[in-house]
Design a protein around this ligand. Structure first.
Ligand SMILES: Cc1cc2nc3c(=O)[nH]c(=O)nc-3n(C[C@H](O)[C@H](O)[C@H](O)COP(=O)(O)OP(=O)(O)OC[C@H]3O[C@@H](n4cnc5c(N)ncnc54)[C@H](O)[C@@H]3O)c2cc1C
Length: 422
């Protein structure tokens, strides 16, 4: 059933996808409330010093460009080919987007969404339980009730549609074996961090023994930065070989291929020590603040023995997981493996490519949940799975509004010219 304007759409998070969704919805005439826990683009701020591997042409929508240009005709965008840092993306595109006339007044910063439920219905109320003759409203007719903590005060908001674009970066995975915090991990305090170090942090690691746990592009970036900063770097992974991250053949994203090749070269010439096949069993913090990792090296024929390795600091970059508590009272069907909404997750799990550029978003129906009019978009829609790209999110936005408007061919982006190289 189409959701006619002016229905109220509440968007959780003013990250890249929350902002683009808000702009698209406003352009179509919906009422919009964007609740952002911190400032606009808080999560991108966390990696503002990291160079993106997708060029700017992939990191902006034609509607976003047009809205910024009409707000400020002199605005300078990065060139289409430029691989900006997260910070440049924020300053030159995302923040200007948030200040355009269509969205500015609709964003509430320091407004954290604590929960989303229906107003009268409980999670256990199934529409199929209803007597056909009953006049009781269906779940879909029952408005969403959203509890927020806004500037320190809790209150409730109401909406017809809720779109969760709150990302996953706030919930890094622990480094312990099996994906649970190892005994001692939560007590290690500042001895373990879970983000790519900033240039300001790097100085303190010079000459120090630093372990990086993980085998994705964030771990690669951290390993390169730490080696450059003359730290004594150990790379710890669950993977079976010391080239856990391999360059993609004829990679169309040169920066991505460059960092994986650089890492391979550092490993080959032993500038980085590697510990492969590792499960972290226990963590101790010594009196002189050393972090000791008690690890098992699996996959060997020898009997497993616990070995201890000492570091001055440990960085865990083993991925992220979605916060499911927000929508616990809704009927959301999640994937048992990735914790993403099941339909999209099932489609993603059948696609085995290492290259996120080759992952297909699939049909728009993949976005539909049992809880009608509640959608998860953006990085959170992939659950624990990595490889989400901003441009995939733009496809999701087009599909979502085709569903909401019940108009199969609706595509606002197609009506705006693609951004030209500036
Ligand atoms: C180091 C790094 C490099 C990357 N490089 C690229 C790249 O080159 N190309 C690319 O396409 N993608 C890249 N990505 C992925 C990138 O993060 C996404 O494409 C994009 O940022 C996802 O946007 P999002 O809006 O889905 O989530 P986020 O950016 O995570 O935004 C979510 C927002 O929701 C807010 N929020 C969270 N919880 C709540 C709550 N309860 N209530 C209210 N607000 C809340 C957060 O504060 C945040 O502002 C990279 C990611 C990382 C970590």
């Amino acid at each position: 059933m189409a959701i006619d304007t002016p229905a109220t759409i509440l968007i959780i998070g003013a990250g890249p996808l929350g902002l683009e969704t808000a702009l698209y919805a406003r352009y179509l005439g919906y009422d919009v409330i964007v609740c952002e826990a911190g400032d606009v683009g808080s999560h991108v701020q966390q990696w503002e010093h990291v160079e993106m591997f997708s060029p700017f042409s992939m990191n902006a929508s034609p509607l976003g460009i047009a809205a910024i240009e009409s707000h400020d005709p002199d605005h300078q965008f990065p060139s289409n080919q430029q691989c900006t840092t997260g910070g440049q993306w924020l300053q030159q595109y995302l923040i200007p987007l948030s200040q355009t006339d269509l969205v500015r007044k609709h964003i509430r910063t320091n407004c954290r969404v604590l929960s989303v439920s229906r107003t009268w219905k409980q999670k256990t109320d199934l529409d199929t339980d209803l007597d056909q003759d009953s006049r009781e409203a269906t779940r879909e007719q029952d408005p969403f009730r959203i509890i927020v903590d806004e500037q320190g005060t809790q209150h409730a908001l109401t909406a017809d549609v809720v779109i969760d674009t709150s990302g996953v970066l706030a919930n890094p995975n622990p480094i312990g074996a099996g994906g649970v915090p190892a005994p001692g991990e939560q007590q290690a305090g500042h001895g373990i961090s879970y983000s790519i170090p900033s240039p300001d942090d790097l100085g303190q690691f010079r000459g120090k023994r630093v372990a990086v746990v993980g085998s994705g592009h964030s771990a690669t970036t951290a390993l390169l930065m730490l080696t450059e900063a003359n730290a004594l770097v150990t790379w710890i992974t669950r993977q079976t070989n010391e080239h856990a991250i391999s360059p993609i053949e004829q990679d169309p994203l040169p920066l991505r291929s460059q960092i994986t090749s650089q890492l391979k070269e550092l490993v080959d010439r032993k500038a980085i020590q590697t510990l492969t096949n590792i499960a972290i069993d226990e963590i101790k913090t010594s009196d002189n603040a050393e972090i000791e990792l008690g690890v098992y090296q699996t996959g060997t024929e020898d009997e497993l023995t616990l070995e201890w390795h000492s570091f001055d600091h440990v960085i865990g970059l083993t991925g992220y997981r979605p916060d499911l508590a927000i929508f616990r009272e809704l009927q959301i069907h999640q994937c048992y493996a990735t914790e993403g909404p099941i339909k999209l997750a099932a489609s993603l799990l059948t696609q085995s490519s290492d290259d996120c550029l080759k992952v297909e978003q699939g049909e728009r129906e993949l976005l539909i949940n049992p809880e009608l009019n509640f959608y998860v978009l953006g990085m959170k829609s992939y659950g624990r799975k990595s490889g989400f790209l901003f441009q995939t999110g733009l496809q999701q936005i087009v599909q979502l509004f085709q569903i909401l408007g019940d108009r199969e061919t609706l595509d606002v982006y197609a009506t705006f010219q693609k951004p030209q190289d500036g």
